[in-house]
Ligand binder design. Structure first.
Ligand code: URA
Length: 243
């Protein structure tokens, strides 16, 4: 796409058109390694590299697709009440572009959270009809048994549900860890299923969405990264249950 530089900078979350023109006038913007001096200059956005303040490189991105390794004690809500919001872990231009979490994790759940500013992507990933499988690693308070994981696979009755709800898969990793794959996203679903099966969830991490694993992203807690095309393709694959 070909656009004038002030519009490009605005689209990338660097402020208002006026603010972006000021950045250019102040000599703070280089495009593909060359200082930009005129906000009216038209550039091809494909493959464009924006450098701000001589140090920050921002490749042009039409849409944002981000993975965050969510730490505990952060809220996914846009208006968090008791803990900081997850958006505080992202740089300002991403927030300026109105990036949104794809679904929610509880404040005390850690692990893989996707964020995007692409409404169609958010809808496809989060709508219950799409049944995107999500893999969780739960630490349980009481030693778990094969009988418990069988119960989770067969289905457990939750209070406000008309019929029992089953995990797509559930397996004992060790005595105190259960891996569960769910293809629904009901409120507190893992915790409620474990409670209904007679145990208690002491800690919870989301380790994969579709075939995209947290491990493959190499993110420490609190870190984020842009998703590559391969990562996005992995989201549409089945989870790998062979481990
Ligand atoms: N299930 C839960 O109980 N909590 C989460 O955060 C995600 C799934």
């Amino acid at each position: 796409m070909k656009l004038a530089l002030d519009r490009i900078l605005q689209s990338q979350g660097f402020g208002s058109r006026k603010g972006c023109r000021e950045l250019i006038a102040d000599g703070e913007v280089a495009i593909n390694g060359e200082l930009a001096t005129d906000y009216r200059t038209v550039f091809e956005t494909d493959g464009m590299l924006i450098t701000l303040f001589g140090e920050e490189d921002w490749p042009y991105r039409e849409r944002l697709y981000v993975a965050l390794n969510k730490p505990s004690n952060y809220e996914c809500s846009r208006k968090p009440s008791h803990h900081p919001g997850i958006l505080t872990l992202l740089p300002d231009p991403l927030i300026e572009r109105d990036i949104q979490p794809v679904g929610r994790l509880d404040h005390d759940t850690t692990g893989l959270l996707l964020l995007s500013d692409d409404g169609a992507f958010i809808h496809a990933q989060s709508h219950p009809r799409h049944h995107q499988p999500k893999t969780y690693l739960a630490t349980v308070a009481e030693a778990a048994t094969e009988k418990l994981v069988q119960h989770l696979r067969d289905g457990v009755q939750l209070h406000d549900e008309p019929a029992p709800i089953a995990a797509l898969s559930a397996r004992l990793v060790d005595e105190f860890h259960i891996e569960m794959v769910l293809d629904q996203g009901k409120y507190h679903q893992v915790k409620r299923m474990l409670a209904a099966a007679g145990n208690h969830c002491a800690a919870l991490t989301r380790v994969a969405i579709g075939g995209l694993t947290l491990a493959s992203l190499d993110l420490a807690e609190g870190e984020w990264r842009y998703l590559t095309d391969e990562h996005i393709a992995a989201l549409n694959r089945e989870p790998d249950l062979s481990a």
